[in-house]
Design a protein around this ligand. Structure first.
Ligand SMILES: [Zn+2]
Length: 427
């Protein structure tokens, strides 16, 4: 493979908290040099003056539906949608049919990912057999087979002694346990429970349903010293619990989705199933707390919870439609357009939450930063280029997003995956 020389890249220097202009030389699948004024004769040269160069994004939470529901998404289409959005590493959650609860299943996902050859798809193994919450799955075996972390995502591990064991194992296997914090023993609501849900007559899902689960898991992390990560934080109360836990030195990290950062119950149509997600979109007060959490470091990362569903499954009433929306193809540029441009979040906070922080949390020591010796996973981002989000733009097999038709300012223009250059239009 011919070397690639990227000239005049605008790079974020996180140590000095400023933007710097550098050249980046890529040789094979690695970053060979980052400095000013690199000259080399035998290389493909791309001058990106005025554009940003970011590390490839890392999304720690996506649903690829393979095996079992490939009509919604499969590993290849999901990996392609990811790369199209600038995501070079993506985690596949284990709530497939059947679930990823054995080494053979983990190896199956890895094989499919290699064959697809878009973003790296890293499988998350189930905590319990069949995700039933009863018996711990073969975590050690799955870890050896390549599981990046463990989760029963889609359901909470309700049994405290099972969760305690999983957190103890996380230490031995040097991994992370991801909790889908939802106490399903109370409330089967479909939207956030508030005066708005009472007013409209839709069954509510109170924030306490999440907070009770977050609190229990934090306490088990305190007891065991295990590595706990809370998925898709959606409430102010959860933010407060995590903040308290971090202050006390408990080993916990957390994530928030793009939709929980962008949407608020006051501003959406509660009866439109495209807005139906789990956990639900809550009120502005909650959304503001989540933004504050990203700014103050209580919330570590942004993860999509990309959840593809076929159109006819979503074209029904809000009670019977499935939960979830997609966003891998466009979430970074949408967040840039809506949060960074509008002064609600700094570019440094957006990029750290989508690159080196997820790499740090999940022990991906070969990626997430632009430095010599790291994997050449990179994104060229044009902050001025505008596009309208259409179905044609989306590479995911499913198009279930309420953001269709949205004008987005800021666009991924090139993605480099392990030294291989893709123009966005060609992905
Ligand atoms: Zn979940």
């Amino acid at each position: 493979m011919k070397s690639i020389l990227i000239k005049n890249a605008k790079i974020l220097d996180f140590d000095k908290k400023k933007e710097v202009i550098q050249d980046v030389l890529i040789e094979g699948d690695k970053i060979k040099d980052v400095s000013q004024g690199i000259t080399i004769t035998d290389a493909k040269v791309i001058d990106i003056k005025g554009l940003y160069l970011f590390p490839g994004f890392i999304d720690a939470h996506a649903h690829f539906r393979e095996p079992g529901e490939e009509y919604k998404e499969d590993i290849a289409s999901g990996a392609r949608a990811a790369l199209h959005g600038g995501v070079t590493t993506v985690f596949a959650m284990p709530n497939t049919k059947p679930p990823l609860d054995s080494r053979a299943m983990i190896e199956f996902v890895k094989e499919r990912s290699l064959k697809a050859n878009y973003a790296d798809v890293l499988p998350v193994g189930a905590i319990t057999k069949k995700r039933e919450g009863k018996e711990i799955a073969e975590m050690g075996d799955m870890r050896e087979g390549g599981a990046i972390a463990f989760s029963d995502d889609g359901t909470w591990v309700q049994n405290s002694s099972v969760m305690r064991r999983a957190l103890e194992y996380s230490i031995a296997f040097r991994t992370v346990v991801i909790s889908h914090a939802e106490d399903t023993t109370f409330s089967h609501g479909v939207v956030h429970e508030s005066f708005i849900s009472y007013d409209r007559g839709v069954e509510g899902y109170p924030s306490q349903k999440e907070e009770i689960a977050v609190f229990r898991d934090v306490k088990l992390a305190e007891l065991t010293g295990g590595r706990l990560h809370i998925a898709h934080l959606s409430s102010k109360g959860s933010y407060e619990i995590i903040k308290m836990a971090k202050k006390r030195g408990i080993n916990v990290s957390s994530e928030v989705t793009p939709h929980h950062l962008l949407l608020a119950q006051e501003e959406i149509d509660l009866f439109n199933p495209l807005y139906k997600v789990n956990p639900p979109i809550r009120t502005k007060e909650h959304r503001d707390a989540l933004l504050e959490g990203l700014r103050d470091g209580t919330i570590d990362i942004i993860a999509t919870d990309h959840a593809p569903h076929n159109w006819y499954e979503k074209e029904t009433d809000v009670n019977s439609a499935p939960f979830g929306m997609i966003s891998l193809d466009f979430y970074f540029s949408l967040l840039y357009s809506e949060l960074v441009r509008k002064g609600k979040l700094s570019l440094f906070d957006l990029v750290s939450a989508t690159t080196y922080k997820p790499a740090e949390i999940f022990g991906l020591s070969d990626r997430g930063v632009i430095k010599k010796g790291y994997i050449a996973d990179l994104v060229v981002f044009d902050p001025q280029r505008e596009y309208v989000l259409t179905e044609d733009f989306i590479r995911s097999k499913s198009k279930n997003t309420p953001f269709l038709g949205q004008r987005i300012r800021g666009c991924v223009v090139y993605v480099i995956k392990r030294g291989k250059l893709f123009k966005i239009e060609e992905i």
